[in-house]
Ligand binder design. Structure first.
Ligand code: G3P
Length: 223
């Protein structure tokens, strides 16, 4: 599998509405021109507009562990699927869930034919979540998110320990890593340590030149 760069638009100003669409189109072009695997995690309100405009995979940032029915203000897997997503993040550090909710959300996503990136703050939670057989596990130490020191630089052992523990549970689940990833060296180091890709946000979403940042990051895929 080609290494993955998952760009999480979060709720940055640049990650909403027409500005999100512009960044999505840049990522789509860069992915095609450079032959790299970029996935976009966008806000629910922007899914249809963005998935209609790009050919790279669009993911939801979250789905709730609910079936259709009397729920208000929640995100239904069936709805974001119909809007065009290929998958979803689950249990991101910024939208934490209980373990039983994580399991239910993964099961619901699978029923909808959606890929799942199950997020964990550490190796132990990653190991526990791997039992539910998500398509990807993503480990992100919360204290490094949105900072300028990357998980590859500050916590290489976390990467190797997570991969080791997940592999013991289920050798088929690729592990992505995130938090503070902004340089090509952060990407190449993560891959050297055995990761199957990276999750990132602020390096692109807060950049004055998102395309330049994307090109810098994908340099790390080549080393
Ligand atoms: O989902 C990835 C995100 O949490 C990482 O954020 O800003 O450290 O790249 P950032």
């Amino acid at each position: 599998m080609k290494p993955v760069i998952l760009i999480n638009f979060k709720t940055y100003e640049s990650g909403a509405g027409h500005r999100a669409l512009e960044i999505a189109k840049i990522a789509d072009r860069v992915a095609k021109e450079k032959g790299v695997n970029i996935i976009l995690a966008v806000q629910a309100a922007d899914i249809r507009m963005i998935s209609d405009a790009v050919s790279i995979p669009v993911y939801a940032q979250h789905i709730d562990p609910i079936e259709p029915g009397s729920h208000t203000g929640w995100t239904l897997a069936e709805d974001v699927k119909e809007a065009g997503v290929e998958g979803t993040l689950i249990n991101h550090s910024e939208h934490r869930m209980e373990i039983d909710q994580i399991e239910k959300a993964i099961d619901i996503a699978k029923e909808e034919g959606m890929k799942t990136v199950a997020c964990a703050p550490d190796a132990e939670v990653a190991e526990a979540i791997s039992v539910f057989e998500p398509d990807f596990i993503a480990v992100e130490p919360p204290e490094l998110i949105a900072g300028n020191i990357s998980v590859s630089e500050a916590r290489p052992q976390l990467i190797t320990k997570t991969i080791e523990m997940v592999r013991k549970m289920n050798s088929n689940i690729p592990v992505l890593v995130g938090a503070g990833v902004k340089k090509s060296a952060d990407v190449s180091k993560a891959l050297e340590l055995g990761a199957s890709g990276v999750l990132l946000s602020s390096g692109v979403m807060k950049s004055k030149d998102p395309e330049k940042e994307m090109l810098e990051l994908i340099e790390g895929l080549k080393r």
